[in-house]
Design a protein around this ligand. Structure first.
Ligand SMILES: Cc1cc2nc3c(=O)[nH]c(=O)nc-3n(C[C@H](O)[C@H](O)[C@H](O)COP(=O)(O)OP(=O)(O)OC[C@H]3O[C@@H](n4cnc5c(N)ncnc54)[C@H](O)[C@@H]3O)c2cc1C
Length: 530
């Protein structure tokens, strides 16, 4: 069963090895187990629904609690301490396009607000109900999840937008296809959520971000249905898909999406190479990209992240042997791990791998084979479960991300980390910060930073410290000219920084677009542009 106050299936526990416990203790100090509020106690706080009756709407308290939050850090504090500020007044599960239209008409008629809901995996507050006098209905799309059409000749598949990652892939794989979109939230996130947040999967280097995969679809809006036909290409003015991508539930509800699919690759290999330092790794990525090699993934960890990965891996003997081997090859303290993924026809996988490893070895990279890469691939949807274990020990874990051109990557990594350290030191606390580059482009890269810190004893104090670190990092990102989000979206948490990126005219244009489709402002108000 899905955890009501954390990540994932409650039968899955991510153990932290004792070596990692002492590692964290050394870096941020000893912790105390926090006291979580029980489910029963939180359920007692769910207020009476204010919604007028509707046959599709459930007002069951547990259902409303489960839709009251996503996975942002403030959501975690609320869930665990029970201080949830606002609940949706009800949840509807439409099963057809007609049901969705009916719910929008009900909202217009009764003057309520709607929040489209995919898998609830937003990490920036996209689906949080904002406390107001207006009743709020969350529209959970999970029952609109069928494969509507598969056009093998054109490599296009149309799905109900509520389909989850595993269901979508299982249906395509049965026909020999894949979408190739694997965000780390894959287990629970949905097609509609991916489109509405401009998501990016771990193998975007081969398959592209969701923007490239989204060919068209149907959006139910308060002013009627917007149909986006799927053309291979078109020169008919601005591309209307771009309005829907990243619309964060503000324009309407995506009911169907037509997606560009690929044959399942014959072979997939994941390799690891260690470099003496971060800059050698960055140069290797740049050379691999400019050589035009075909890879499905390149992920470079900073030395802090490399050390953390090795500490969390457990298997002390094996890791000890690896450290000794790397030391013999001259790689010590500052070493950085690069994971390289290859997929496609076996012969091409081999050629691309050999060429890429040639480049890495000329830059002093030490190739250690496939063990680490295979482990990463096997556990890639398990890592988020670590957040549950860390919280239960007394640690908060949070991540943030941006993207910027190559020339600014080293400064960006450094300035985000420094900003987080400095802000935590004002509380007399330490924080462990580490980063990686995981979505790379010829012109630049994403930077993904994780920070682990001790939980304070009071919820307000936890949030004050988080807010201080988050805003310091966000200000560092905007000051250097990075985007406030490479793939998490805007939601509530990034809203204060959006104007710095879009400008006043750009913000006005987005607001006008929302108003065009939703003149009464019933769709997910308060998100994206406030
Ligand atoms: C552990 C973890 C790992 C993550 N890893 C990644 C990652 O690798 N890459 C990445 O890009 N993101 C990642 N995320 C963030 C999150 O998974 C994405 O933002 C995802 O796209 C959200 O999808 P969802 O279905 O859960 O949408 P929700 O969280 O339910 O909603 C997100 C937004 O989309 C809107 N929306 C949802 N469905 C529809 C619809 N049918 N029509 C209109 N609007 C809709 C909602 O109104 C809301 O504004 C991660 C999150 C977690 C918790």
């Amino acid at each position: 069963m899905r955890r009501w106050n954390g990540w994932g299936d409650d039968s899955i526990i991510y153990p932290v090895p004792s070596s990692a416990i002492s590692f964290l203790d050394r870096l941020v100090g000893p912790v105390h187990q926090p006291k979580d509020m029980s489910l029963q106690e939180v359920l007692e706080r769910v207020p009476k629904s204010r919604l007028p009756k509707h046959s599709m709407v459930s007002t069951d308290p547990l259902t409303r609690l489960n839709h009251a939050h996503g996975q942002s850090f403030p959501n975690w504090v609320d869930m665990r301490t029970g201080h949830i500020n606002s609940f949706p007044d009800g949840v509807a599960y439409p099963m057809s396009n007609e049901d969705v239209t009916d719910l929008i008409q009900y909202a217009l008629r009764t003057g309520i607000h709607l929040i489209p809901y995919g898998g609830g995996t937003s990490v920036v507050g996209h689906i949080d109900p904002i406390k107001s006098k207006t009743p709020i209905l969350t529209v959970d799309m999970s029952r609109m999840n069928s494969l509507i059409d598969l056009d093998a000749q054109s490599s296009l598949a149309t799905f109900g937008a509520g389909v989850s990652g595993p269901d979508l892939e299982a249906r395509l794989r049965a026909h020999g296809y894949t979408l190739g979109h694997f965000p780390q939230s894959f287990e629970y996130s949905t097609l509609g959520g991916w489109v509405a947040t401009r998501a990016s999967g771990q193998q975007s280097l081969r398959y592209g971000r969701i923007e490239k995969l989204f060919a068209g679809g149907r959006l139910a809006t308060p002013l009627g249905e917007l149909i986006l036909p799927s053309f291979p290409a078109s020169a008919t003015g601005p591309d209307l898909r771009e309005m829907v991508l990243g619309s964060e539930g503000r324009l309407g509800i995506l009911t169907e999406a037509c997606m560009r699919i690929s044959p399942i690759p014959e072979r997939e290999d994941f390799h690891a190479v260690f470099f003496p330092d971060f800059l050698h790794g960055v140069e290797a990525i740049r050379q691999i990209l400019s050589a035009g090699l075909s890879l499905c993934m390149l992920r470079l960890s900073t030395s802090n992240e490399t050390t953390t990965t090795l500490a969390l891996a457990g298997h002390e003997n094996l890791i000890g042997a690896l450290e000794r081997l790397l030391a013999i090859r001259g790689l010590g303290e500052g070493k950085c791990m690069l994971l390289l993924g290859f997929s496609g026809k076996s012969i091409l996988v081999r050629t691309n791998r050999n060429e890429a490893l040639n480049i890495t070895s000329k830059l002093d990279g030490v190739h250690i084979g496939k063990t680490f890469g295979d482990q990463w691939h096997k556990n890639r949807f398990r890592t988020p479960y670590l957040r549950n274990t860390l919280w239960e020990m007394g640690y908060g874990a949070e991540s943030l991300e941006t993207a910027i051109d190559w020339g600014n990557i080293p400064q960006m990594v450094e300035q985000i980390q420094t900003a987080i350290h400095n802000s935590m030191s004002t509380f007399g606390e330490r924080v462990h910060v580490f980063s990686h580059l995981s979505h790379v482009y010829p012109y630049g890269s994403s930077v993904y930073t994780t920070f682990i810190f001790r939980l304070a004893s009071e919820p307000d104090e936890i949030l004050t410290r988080w807010h201080s670190m988050k805003s310091a990092a966000s200000n560092a990102i905007t000051a250097l000219g990075g985007t406030i989000s490479h793939h998490h979206g805007v939601g509530l948490d990034h809203l204060p920084y959006l104007a710095a990126e879009k400008g006043a005219l750009g913000m006005a244009a987005i607001s006008t677009l929302c108003h065009q489709f939703d003149p009464k402002g019933i769709m997910n108000p308060g998100k994206l542009v406030g």
